[in-house]
Design a protein around this ligand. Structure first.
Ligand SMILES: *Cc1c(COP(=O)(O)O)cnc(C)c1O
Length: 464
């Protein structure tokens, strides 16, 4: 078969049109079990290729049965919708296909990445020593932060390996990447303290202080605290200002994981949620979660670039053949070949400005408020989450939230997930798709209510 980019871009346009139409008319793809899927579609890879016509048909089919993550009834993950300008930037980056490792291959794109990093650093109030990079996601951003903290606490570690007695802290509601990362860096999952949270899902600071004191008295060395700006379930914001005081006192690296909720930095009205962020040592957020950028778009910042360099630079004379040190971005990244994830964020930001970025974030928080209002004014619902969060946790009548969510999915009505806080289960609606309007949120509840009514006798009830 031909390798002709122009022909395939035409094909691309056609397939995209088919998909977008379907996304509008059928916001939730039909649920099909894995075994049924393989009956209906030829996924096999064979010795001979297929004709253009056959390929077209298969690709179209794949697109139409893919779970739809950008539709008005998708609330299942912490991302949704798409901003067309970010998509444009991302598509261009695929065609240009630069790697961000060296200036020689990234050229102007290293400037774009640096501009994004610089502007974010200004927003959060880091001084001129800041550094940053665009890792492959929030998990990787968090990983880089704990590597840096480890290397800072004992400078022999990068050469000789991990030392005993190190201990890290996070909240019981933190993202699971913290635990995985502890394993990856040789610390071990058991050497992470999962501090109890208060009843709003924020780290309990008194508990944290007590644990640190206890650990120090046992001869352990606290070196890293991961705070969360927007926890995965409740969307809670840890109190950065107070955590910063504790960390400074005990020489603990303070990383703020804002993968979900960190984009409040763009809003004058909402950035109070990250009060004290300029006192953190590192920070990250995902542009793909609340800003409508395609997966994955994570931005990782450190207050002092020196530490990023210390942990992630390695001599490689075969690679770094020019003198543009500061523009050889591979010296401060985990990856060598690295997709240009800056272009989509830069294209979006350039086209809508700080003002537009702020509007997206405030719009999403506005939708969350509308959802809470709906719940509060309807006695069939109970609300289990709080103000200033993009995550709306609730139960409807006495339906079992796990069963209700699963059935909504299997009947192709809504993609929405359930969550759990302190052993209590609920439905978790997230307002991260800024293309949604209040009507779409109301529609979510209406679809849910109608489905529950029609299936009244088939949905499990909560036991308590
Ligand atoms: C989503 C999320 C992550 C992980 O980000 P990925 O880009 O999916 O790796 C980390 N922390 C929090 C709080 C998140 O919500």
């Amino acid at each position: 078969m031909s390798n002709d980019i122009n022909k395939d871009l035409d094909r691309f346009s056609r397939l995209v049109n088919v998909f977008l139409k379907s996304e509008k008319n059928n916001p939730v793809s039909r649920f099909i079990t894995p075994s049924k899927l393989t009956e209906g579609i030829d996924v096999s890879l064979d010795y001979n290729g297929v004709s253009a016509e056959v390929l077209d048909k298969i690709l179209e089919k794949i697109m139409l049965i893919s779970p739809k993550s950008s539709s008005s009834l998708f609330f299942n993950q912490l991302y949704g919708g798409r901003h067309s300008k970010a998509v444009l930037g991302d598509l261009l980056s695929i065609i240009i296909n630069n790697s961000m490792a060296t200036f020689k291959i990234s050229g102007v794109h290293s400037l774009l990445e640096k501009e994004v990093v610089t502007r974010v650093s200004k927003l959060i109030g880091y001084d001129q020593d800041f550094g940053g990079t665009l890792p492959t996601g929030g998990s990787m951003s968090n990983f880089m932060s704990i590597v840096i903290a480890r290397d800072k606490v004992n400078k022999t570690i990068p050469q000789k390996g991990i030392v005993p007695n190190l201990v890290a802290y996070t909240s019981e509601n933190a993202h699971y990447s913290i635990s995985k990362n502890a394993s990856f860096i040789g610390l071990g999952k058991l050497n992470v303290r999962y501090i109890k949270s208060n009843n709003r899902g924020q780290i309990n600071i008194e508990e944290l202080k007590k644990q640190i004191e206890e650990d120090i008295s046992k001869g352990l060395i606290p070196f890293y605290l991961n705070a969360t700006a927007g926890t995965t379930v409740l969307g809670a914001y840890d109190n950065i200002k107070e955590l910063a005081i504790v960390c400074k006192k005990n020489k603990i690296w303070l990383h703020v994981d804002g993968a979900f909720g960190g984009t409040v930095i763009f809003s004058k009205k909402l950035k109070f949620l990250l009060d004290g962020i300029n006192q953190s040592d590192s920070f990250c957020f995902n542009a793909h979660k609340t800003l409508g950028a395609p997966i994955s778009s994570s931005i990782f910042l450190v207050k002092n670039k020196k530490y990023l360099n210390t942990s992630f630079n390695n001599d490689a004379s075969y690679l770094y053949q020019t003198e543009d040190e500061d523009y050889n971005l591979g010296q401060t990244s985990f990856e060598c070949g690295r997709k240009n994830n800056a272009l989509k964020i830069w294209t979006l930001w350039k086209s809508i400005g700080d003002k537009g970025m702020s509007e997206i974030v405030e719009h999403n928080f506005g939708l969350a408020e509308e959802a809470r209002k709906y719940i509060r004014s309807n006695k069939d619902y109970t609300l289990h989450s709080f103000e200033n969060s993009l995550s709306i946790c609730f139960n409807y009548k006495d339906y079992d939230p796990r069963d209700l969510c699963t059935k909504l999915y299997k009947h192709s009505k809504i993609m929405v997930g359930f969550g759990q806080f302190q052993n209590f289960f609920f439905i978790r609606l997230v307002t991260v798709n800024s293309q949604n309007q209040t009507l779409d949120i109301v529609n979510f509840f209406k679809v849910l209510e109608k489905f529950a009514k029609e299936n009244e006798n088939n949905i499990k009830r909560r036991s308590s």
